[in-house]
Design a protein around this ligand. Sequence first.
Ligand SMILES: [Zn+2]
Length: 154
Amino acid sequence: MSNAELNSSYVKGGKRFKGTLPSILPEIAAMSIEHNLKNTRHFDSSLRCVAIALDGSRLVEYGENKLKTHPFLKETYHDLKRMSIHAEADLVIKLLRRELTDGVTDVVVLRGTRRLLSSHPCSICYSLLRVYLRSVRLWWYDAETKGWRVKIIQ
Ligand SMILES: [Zn+2]
């Protein structure tokens, strides 16, 4: 097994950063871009997303977009139809499963493999975040202004 395979997951829960947001955004961006580059998940590079939940300087959990065969579709279409799960939805599912939603202070959404692309959540994911993560700061990259943006989810 090569080093690349051994370290195939660059974003990991439990990681503690040496600072808090926004100063750790460059580190989070580098880590996420590496993650998206190495983990294709059968998506075009521009479509690979990660959503990261933090509690201050600790990475609580992360989600990534992925293709998932729905049991119903699998039975009906013999594995030909697949649905994709957005990174934010994957994150919320993991947080709920581990009962970690209360400790989350920030969610950062990142897209792309070589440079950051705009990453504001779609309306469905934003609604999902609003239901489960109130009063949490949401950070996303804006490629138009080449900068980070933030707002409180409420
Ligand atoms: Zn979405």
